[in-house]
Design a protein around this ligand. Structure first.
Ligand code: NCD
Length: 330
């Protein structure tokens, strides 16, 4: 079976069988048709989000807790808006104001969240694997909103939806991911997602920022950005994750920009209609120039944010479906 076959709607199983997972902790291990099902479901929410009344109501009476142990603007807001549009009661827990600051363990926090009978918990945490730890302790679905340098599954899904809407079938596309691949959960989740869907993925960056594990990830690695851009259909830029760096990985931001910054001139090496993407937050003038990031003909950056809400609505809906079915809801 090729990765494109399951995109035909009638091939998806119905109800909660279409995505038979309790949690969304990562993209690794998902089947192509499971990813395509999430993307297909998100399409309806893109349409709803463009209307003036955006209420779906499928999650009326359910409670979603967003537990963010790391800073976030777009992901937190996106999950909050997604939950509210689905009709859920959404509560945000910011670590800075939480008992974590008083020395509570992550497991005690998880047990506390569980006792409040949340119907879904969305977690961002600075440590890889922390989200899995919480998922093992609670009774409801857990969605990973980014754990350390491990995975950021909804980012990869929103990126895939953006690419699919702009370029059609992802299978066969050449996608160049450039920057701080080593510390990036966005890169990791995107590599899993795009290769699973049949894209040819190239990763590029200074040798100090390319992880050794790339050998096992079915990607081509480049240290020369110009070469990595040749023939690219999509160019995905990454921020230098300074907060995760232990020591110096690049000589200076100026030198980094010289070799790995996406300028207009450099973008001309990719295909004429190559799509430019960035998960945000952007460091303008470092990994990407403003005249590229703001070029509405080439850049999909704001569309990525828009797709983020729709994808998160789909994920919340699908993961809570099983408990709604048990309760006799439709
Ligand atoms: C990314 C993250 O937090 O991993 N941002 C995001 O979720 N939109 C990427 C980054 O911080 O550079």
């Amino acid at each position: 079976m090729t990765s494109t076959e399951p995109s035909k709607a009638h091939q998806f199983p119905s109800g909660s069988d279409a995505f038979p997972h309790r949690h969304l902790l990562g993209i690794a291990g998902l089947q192509p048709w499971e990813i395509l099902y999430l993307l297909k479901e998100a399409e309806q929410w893109v349409d709803l989000n463009r209307k003036s009344i955006k209420h779906a109501g499928r999650m009326d009476g359910l409670t979603v807790i967003n537990a963010f142990f790391e800073n976030s603007t777009r992901t937190l807001l996106s999950f909050e808006i997604a939950g509210k549009r689905m009709g859920a009661d959404v509560v945000n827990m910011h670590a800075a104001q939480s008992s974590i600051k008083k020395g509570e363990t992550l497991i005690d926090t998880a047990v506390t969240l569980n006792a409040m009978k949340a119907d879904a918990i969305v977690i961002r945490h600075g440590s890889s694997g922390a989200v899995q730890l919480i998922a093992d302790k609670v009774d409801c679905p857990v969605l990973n909103a980014g754990d350390g340098r491990h995975e950021h599954p909804t980012q990869a899904l929103l990126d895939a939806l953006t690419i699919q809407r702009r370029k059609g079938d992802i299978s066969g596309l050449t996608v160049t991911i450039c920057g701080d691949v080593m510390h990036s959960r966005v890169a990791r989740s995107n590599i899993y997602c795009l290769t699973t869907l049949g894209a040819k993925v190239r990763v590029c960056g200074p040798p100090s920022l390319l992880p050794a594990a790339l050998d096992r990830m079915n990607v081509a690695d480049f240290t020369n950005f110009d070469e990595a851009l040749d023939g690219a259909d999509v160019v995905m830029m990454l921020r230098l994750q300074n907060e995760r760096m232990n020591g110096d990985f690049i000589p200076s931001p100026r030198e980094y920009h010289h070799l790995y910054g996406l300028t207009k001139k450099r973008l001309s090496l990719a295909n004429d209609d190559a799509l430019v993407m960035h998960p945000g937050p952007m460091n303008r003038g470092v990994e990407i120039d403003s005249n590229v990031a703001d070029d509405i003909d080439r850049s999909a950056v704001t569309e990525q944010v828009e797709m983020g809400v729709a994808v998160r609505m789909a994920c919340l809906d699908i993961l809570t479906r099983r408990s709604r079915e048990v309760e006799g809801w439709t």
